[in-house]
Design a binder for this molecule. Structure first.
Ligand SMILES: *Cc1c(COP(=O)(O)O)cnc(C)c1O
Length: 388
């Protein structure tokens, strides 16, 4: 028997409690029962985004909210600074081009975080730029970009800071109002532990001001129309009803755990995963590792694609390898969402076994011992016993 275990940066495992809630008979979206659920989700999302602003819910994968964050705030021919440090940063650039926005691309070497000074310099050189697009966690490399510092850069500039927090929201701290982020997007299939299909977006006053003059084409993703509807607990179009029910339950789980305890848990898991990998003699790929995932260089002579395939075939452990330049070189362990300390022992144990199977020089148990010690040192889990 092999259990299938997902440790991928989306989709992530869905807690049983959410599955059961979503399996309930469907309700009508123009009913008082659903309106109550929707209202609770709005409130819960604002809490999770740490903002007084509306958080708009969209029936889309995360990229839908990325698209919405472009078409609702910019004008054709605008310049925008795009931080491209991996596959998802690259997506910002492609999106911009497809709508006639001119990206000023800040290429950052894969595995590195952007230097806020470089963004400040780009804005100085392009004073008409209207936005800076970045990832909070670049999922192709496991890099956390310095969002707080970037927000300080855009604060005194007409450009808005647009943050893709799809694989970051709920894994580490991104206080939207306190840091002065202008637009932040996320999705359901990452730290929220839901199936894919919901996307979320919050916008600051500064961004809503740009919305008044934005002239890019939009219909389904018209945020002004959605905001007006959602303030009445309605949606412009049919919402993804079952997923919204699941979201209500997911947000409840976050509240039971508490935001700080949740971030501390992710930090502890990250420490465990990093320590485990390093104790096996492996090198971390990310120079600015995030708490959402751990990216690792495969040992010399071992193809990481082979390792990833082997781990799934032999042990049911689903990791992902690298993309493009990192293909065959790295593997990625995601630990955002429904994971605890002992899940990290599973994955560290599996990597040890898998490497040994492939003939790499590893000492079985060395990674496990280090992961145990690192997590124990980081403290015990806090909060109530969570029913999955
Ligand atoms: C998962 C992810 C996305 C969204 O992808 P979808 O497939 O559209 O949900 C975007 N950015 C990052 C950083 C992600 O991890």
């Amino acid at each position: 028997m092999k259990k299938i275990r997902l440790l991928t940066p989306g989709p992530t495992p869905v807690p049983e409690r959410l599955s059961l809630r979503m399996a309930q008979p469907i309700v009508h979206h123009r009913s008082p029962e659903f309106e109550q659920v929707f209202a609770r989700c709005r409130e819960g999302l604002s809490w999770l985004f740490q903002t007084k602003q509306d958080v708009i819910q969209l029936a889309a994968s995360g990229t839908g909210a990325m698209e919405a964050s472009l078409v609702n705030f910019l004008r054709r021919g605008d310049e925008a600074i795009v931080v491209d440090a991996g596959k998802f940063g690259e997506r910002w650039g492609k999106l911009a081009k497809s709508y006639g926005v001119n990206p000023v691309t800040l290429k950052v070497e894969w595995g590195n975080a952007v230097d806020p000074g470089a963004v400040a310099a780009a804005l100085k050189e392009h004073p008409n730029a209207r936005a800076v697009f970045v990832q909070a966690n670049e999922s192709s490399t496991g890099v956390a970009h310095p969002v707080e510092k970037l927000a300080r850069v855009t604060k005194n500039h007409p450009a808005i800071l647009v943050v893709d927090a799809i694989s970051a929201l709920g894994a580490f701290d991104l206080p939207f109002d306190a840091w002065g982020i202008d637009v932040m997007v996320s999705g359901s299939q990452k730290a929220l532990g839901l199936p894919p299909g919901l996307a979320f977006l919050a916008a600051s006053e500064k961004a809503w001001k740009l919305n008044e003059t934005a002239d890019l084409p939009r219909f389904y993703f018209d945020l002004k129309r959605e905001r007006d509807n959602q303030r009445k607990n309605q949606t412009a179009w049919t919402p993804a009803i079952s997923l919204v029910e699941g979201l209500d339950e997911s947000l409840q789980m976050f509240r039971e755990e508490g935001l700080q305890a949740c971030f501390a848990r992710h930090e502890r898991l990250a420490r465990g995963a990093r320590a485990g990998m390093q104790a096996l003699g492996l090198e971390l790929y990310s120079k600015a590792p995030s708490a959402a995932m751990t990216t690792v260089l495969a040992p010399q002579g071992t193809d990481s694609e082979k390792l990833v395939k082997h781990l799934f075939k032999q042990y049911g452990i689903k990791l992902v390898g690298g993309q493009e330049a990192a293909k065959g070189k790295i593997f990625r362990i995601a630990h955002l969402g429904y994971f605890d300390d002992f899940d990290m022992l599973v994955v560290v144990g599996a990597v040890e076994r898998g490497l040994k199977d492939l003939g790499a020089k590893v000492q079985l148990g060395a990674g496990l011992a280090a992961a145990q010690a690192a997590m124990a040192e980081a403290g015990a889990p806090t909060g109530p016993q969570l029913r999955g």
